[in-house]
Design a protein around this ligand. Structure first.
Ligand SMILES: CC(C)(COP(=O)([O-])OP(=O)([O-])OC[C@H]1O[C@@H](n2cnc3c(N)ncnc32)[C@H](O)[C@@H]1OP(=O)([O-])[O-])[C@@H](O)C(=O)NCCC(=O)NCCSC(=O)C[C@@](C)(O)CC(=O)[O-]
Length: 305
């Protein structure tokens, strides 16, 4: 059932420093990453995905994660999150002082193998220890579910496969679960169907939408998710991003575009759009290219920078 009214407020998780930068071919210094996180903190995000404690052989760009976590200025009220694939990653994340660990599974067997070198069942077993350790250390636990709308290796992914992994992540004790369109193939009705199926297994207010914009559908998919009551969204400043294990995947939906749309809809986020535009211009200049965010570039041009 689609509710006729949209939520009055939503939470935006800024994933640019992690999902956004992990696929960059050029080495980005820890100092630049720290400056980016600091600028995003000042913009008012309550949750920033700042790091990833994965194997540096698999994702070299994230090898500076401990340095980044040590160098940032923490804003009271902001949670700093990091991806953790196993206990080795958990120990590093704990030592680095992350507030929230993100275990990441897939709704597709093929993607699970390519991304974390094990089956979905094996990944859930591996995450069991991480989940227990997170609880023991009073860290927040988030579960990410990749390829919830399609897989680059096996194609279609059913809503029931998504629901089955949502159930398993719920049983591990996740506080929040991300339903991710890793390769950006979803369209609005499909998104609503999958979100509603996932919500049969996990409270809808703790489900989030993580949309890549590969096919230009991300804002439409967020609007469709708002219609069914999803109130947490991931976005990446300047539209940074791509997954190293999903060929052709482009960036996450740009945070500036999402904030611009939400502002127009009268939906509160608590985030200062101007400061996000500045952060987007900063990181794009560092990367030597124009930001992918249409709203970000338009607002920057209007201001004359
Ligand atoms: C899971 C593994 C480690 C398995 O990788 P493996 O090769 O099967 O594991 P292993 O246990 O044999 O370890 C291999 C080497 O990595 C080391 N190692 C092992 N673990 C760690 C660790 N945590 N931190 C640092 N080092 C580690 C380990 O010590 C060893 O080093 P060596 O002995 O060869 O020198 C690997 O596949 C991996 O790191 N994968 C991560 C891939 C990744 O980060 N992908 C992008 C994430 S984005 C995503 O998933 C989608 C999402 C969440 O963004 C949502 C969306 O957009 O849709």
């Amino acid at each position: 059932m689609i509710s006729s009214s949209l939520p009055k407020a939503v939470k935006i998780i800024e994933v640019g420093p992690r999902d956004g930068l992990q696929n960059e071919q050029q080495t980005i210094s820890a100092d630049v990453k720290i400056e980016l996180v600091n600028r995003l903190s000042q913009a008012g995000f309550v949750n920033i995905e700042a790091a990833s404690f994965v194997s540096p052989k698999w994702v070299p760009q994230m090898a500076t994660s401990a340095e980044v976590m040590a160098g940032i200025t923490r804003r009271p009220g902001t949670l700093y999150s990091a991806l953790v694939p196993n206990m080795k990653g958990f120990e590093a994340a704990l030592a680095a002082g992350v507030d929230e660990v993100v275990i990441f599974a897939a709704a597709s067997e093929a993607f699970s193998q390519k991304n974390i070198n094990c089956s979905i069942a094996e990944s859930v077993e591996r995450f069991r220890d991480v989940a227990r350790a997170a609880k023991e250390n009073k860290l927040r636990l988030r579960g990410a579910l990749s390829c919830a709308f399609g897989c680059p290796y096996q194609g279609e992914v059913s809503a029931d496969s998504v629901a089955s992994v949502v159930q398993q992540l719920r049983d591990l004790g996740c506080d929040e679960i991300d339903i991710a369109d890793t390769i950006g193939v979803a369209t609005p009705r499909h998104v609503q169907a999958v979100m509603q199926r996932a919500a049969q297994e996990f409270p809808i207010e703790k489900l989030s939408g993580h949309f890549h914009d590969t096919y230009g559908q991300a804002l439409a998919n967020i609007y469709a998710s708002l219609e069914v009551g999803i109130t947490i969204y991931h976005a990446s400043v300047a539209g940074l991003g791509g997954c190293p294990y999903a060929k052709g995947a482009t960036g996450n939906v740009a945070t500036e575009d999402v904030l611009y749309m939400l502002r127009g809809l009268g939906i509160a986020t608590g985030i200062d759009l101007d400061k996000v535009v500045d952060a987007g211009q900063f990181i794009s200049a560092q990367l030597g290219r124009k930001a992918v965010s249409r709203a970000g570039n338009a607002l920057a041009a209007k201001r004359g920078n």
